[in-house]
Design a protein around this ligand. Structure first.
Ligand code: SF4
Length: 235
């Protein structure tokens, strides 16, 4: 059973609003952690980023830009050349295939422009809801929630969803979060997941969400001694 399996689920949007407010205070600089200059580069970053850190993606993107300056360059490239540029990011053969096929589809079917709607983004090889939402939100500025592993895990701990499936998580969050916060929610989850609510080290003792977080408030009851001392132990 998942760690969030027995946690209380919040259904009150006011709780979610309070969480957002606290998260903004805790992570005022939270933003997209990929370095991109265009919708195409953000799309590339999403594809390359599967099972790979943003830091590595940010190292690869400039190399990619230098070797394949345009989407057309990428669509006509030898797939082995694409593989050689992205090799350090893991599962590179699948990613190279998706990149080349997506570039070709963008040239042939979308006039060389990365689609600005989810329906067409999802037609691109290697593009699922997470990447489509990434492009929609962080490039086109459209309200969309990027559900990555940080977002899914922390949203469950907070009690905003009981689901493991990213599509279901997205729907649960859409019901609780105001549309104007959909973009920032993904950024806040990444920032919080890297600094405080880490997968292997939840620092509930110093987390300002602990009183309203389903997981954190439960820990407080069970381990009051540590909470009272503001202990920073991971638990
Ligand atoms: S209280 Fe703990 S589980 Fe909840 S968000 Fe904070 S660190 Fe994560």
């Amino acid at each position: 059973m998942s760690i969030a399996g027995n946690l209380k689920l919040h259904s009150d949007p006011h709780i979610a609003l309070e969480m957002i407010s606290i998260l903004h205070q805790m992570h005022p600089m939270a933003e997209c952690t990929l370095d991109f200059d265009s919708a195409w580069e953000l799309l590339l970053g999403g594809i390359i980023g599967a099972q790979c850190t943003d830091e590595r993606v940010n190292m690869i993107l400039p190399l990619f830009r230098e070797r394949f300056p345009t989407i057309e360059d990428c669509s006509t490239a030898d797939i082995g050349e694409i593989e050689s540029v992205i090799k350090s990011c893991g599962i590179y053969r699948n990613k190279a295939k998706a990149i080349k096929e997506s570039a070709t589809m963008i040239i042939n079917e979308f006039d060389g422009r990365v689609p600005d709607n989810e329906e067409n983004l999802l037609k691109l090889p290697g593009v699922g809801r997470k990447i489509a939402n990434l492009v929609m939100s962080d490039y086109y500025g459209q309200p969309a929630i990027v559900v990555d592993t940080h977002c899914g895990r922390i949203s469950r701990l907070l009690g905003l969803t009981g689901n493991e499936n990213p599509v279901k998580i997205e729907k649960d969050l859409q019901l609780l979060l105001p549309r104007e916060e959909w973009i920032s929610w993904g950024h806040l989850m990444v920032a919080h997941g890297r600094s405080i609510c880490q997968a292997r080290c939840r620092k509930c003792g110093i987390c300002r969400l602990k009183k309203i977080c389903s997981y954190g408030s439960q820990i407080k009851l069970e381990r009051k001694d540590k909470e009272d001392s503001n202990d920073q132990e991971c638990y």
